[in-house]
Design a protein. Structure first.
Length: 477
């Protein structure tokens, strides 16, 4: 009778042969482009913050990716708000009719359509007899630039100041039904509220009101550091939703996501993917089984006093390997840009050598970083009258925060790390804690951070053009 181990090996061999001769598979992996205003986009121009804010406010929000999704979500007693924000693909007449057919089942229906291009016109024409020409509005008096008009908008007695971003305007065609122009720019409608027999809607000729730039304070501060007027885009966007839902948190909000462009990864790569997953999983299983067997056979019967030193030796070996691998992976040759500048002063190094950063030993790395700490302290004392060696002093930290601003945290962290290395190099410290595993990566990071600190003081440590590595000469910019 065949043993279990032999049987397992035979199965692994058969699976390996089968995987080699199996036909290649092409995996279809659709992904949504991140450049659109989709809720999946978390960058400044996406609408993920708008989506998350609606969730936080207790709304039932759905991202629909097909008409079947809408058909499944909407029931007869529902109140719904259907949101379309700057789609990439236009609605077809068939899609519009199917959408109206499904939406008509609901008890109350509202639409929120925001688009500065002509892409949504098929939907706008059918629902409200409106269209957007896609002609960009210009405001020569805007303090933010001519493509960013500032407009006033009123809803139920509340006035909002909105900053538009490459917006258009709305054309009205044979309006049958009630409508109210909520916002104009140079007599042209920018935001309209329309009502029909069984639905209503708000139409905006600018989608940027809903993007992350106005919902995320970080993006807003980066893009508009100086605000010459109030910017109420976020408050306005949320109040529009409140208006259309009538404050009903049970109202279902459906965000159209199936009119954003979708790519097939294979259309970009055009590479067949072989069935190697089975091989990898089998190899991983074999490695784990081997390690388990090795542990039981070598260490399983040993007393604890012997196991601990052996395990510590294994950990030290792993640490050594990780340090070597991390050093190779962490080296960033691109940071050592070189420029010809006049030498201001020079720090004494053994033999005045130029270190080859790509092949530094740990000892040389420590020596190099210790000398870098000396440079920083010397320049700071001369140029700023700050003693970096007393960085623990509250007054010194306050001056650093005042001079370096938002970079002060990085400056303080760099100084603390360099001081530890300097003390270790000079014998004042026996160990560096927490330990540094990837020395070359740390070297690259500390050189970049030190260069940032020195530039504020009008100096640089970059070597001459053509020199490989870092020459620790202080050079005047």
């Amino acid at each position: 009778m065949i043993s279990r181990k032999t049987f397992t090996l035979i199965l692994i061999f058969i699976a390996f042969i089968a995987s080699i001769y199996a036909p290649f598979k092409i995996l279809s992996l659709p992904v949504t482009l991140n450049i659109s205003t989709s809720p999946y986009n978390t960058l400044w121009n996406g609408t993920s913050e708008f989506y998350n804010t609606l969730i936080d406010r207790g709304y039932k929000v759905y991202m629909v990716t097909s008409l079947n999704d809408i058909d499944r979500i909407i029931t007869n007693n529902d109140s719904i708000v259907y949101i379309v924000i700057a789609p990439d693909k236009p609605f077809t007449p068939i899609e519009v009719e199917k959408l109206i057919e499904i939406a008509s089942r609901a008890k109350r229906v509202s639409f929120l359509i925001a688009d500065e291009s002509v892409t949504s016109n098929t939907l706008l024409n059918r629902l409200f007899n409106l269209s957007i020409p896609g002609i960009v509005l210009r405001d020569p008096l805007s303090p933010y630039g001519p493509l960013y008009p500032v407009v006033k908008c009123s809803i139920n007695g509340t006035t909002y100041t909105l900053l538009l971003n490459i917006a258009s305007y709305i054309d009205i065609h044979n309006v049958s039904g009630g409508f109210e122009i909520l916002c104009r720019f140079n007599s042209k409608p920018v935001i309209i509220y329309c009502t029909r027999d069984w639905y209503d809607g708000v139409i905006l000729s600018d989608s940027s009101i809903f993007i992350n730039q106005f919902f995320n304070e970080k993006y807003l501060n980066e893009s508009i550091p100086s605000r010459y007027t109030p910017i109420d885009n976020k408050r306005f966007a949320l109040d529009i939703v409140e208006l259309l839902t009538r404050g009903d948190r049970d109202c279902k909000i459906l965000i159209d996501c199936y009119h954003y462009r979708v790519l097939d990864i294979n259309s970009l790569m055009n590479l067949p993917i072989p069935p190697i997953g089975l091989i990898l999983s089998l190899l991983a299983t074999m490695v784990i089984r081997f390690l388990d067997t090795l542990y039981l056979s070598l260490l399983g019967e040993l007393p604890l006093t012997i196991k601990i030193p052996i395990l510590l030796a294994i950990l030290l070996l792993s640490y050594s390997l990780l340090r070597r691998v991390g050093g190779i992976c962490g080296y960033d040759e691109g940071i050592y840009r070189h420029s010809r500048v006049s030498v201001l002063c020079e720090v004494e190094l053994p033999e005045k050598r130029i270190y080859n950063v790509k092949h530094l030993s740990k000892r040389d790395t420590i020596e190099l970083l210790a000398s870098l700490y000396t440079i920083l302290c010397k320049v700071a004392s001369k140029e700023l009258s700050i003693d970096f060696t007393r960085v623990d002093d509250g007054k010194v930290r306050d001056r650093i925060r005042l001079i370096f601003g938002k970079d002060s945290v990085r400056v303080l962290k760099t100084l603390y790390t360099l001081r530890k290395i300097y003390e270790y190099h000079t014998g004042k410290r026996r160990i560096i804690w927490p330990p540094i595993v990837f020395w070359r990566r740390t070297l690259s990071k500390l050189i970049l951070n030190s260069e940032m600190i020195l530039k504020v003081m009008g100096t640089t440590i970059l070597g001459e053009s053509g020199v490989k590595g870092v020459e620790y000469k202080l050079r005047k910019i």
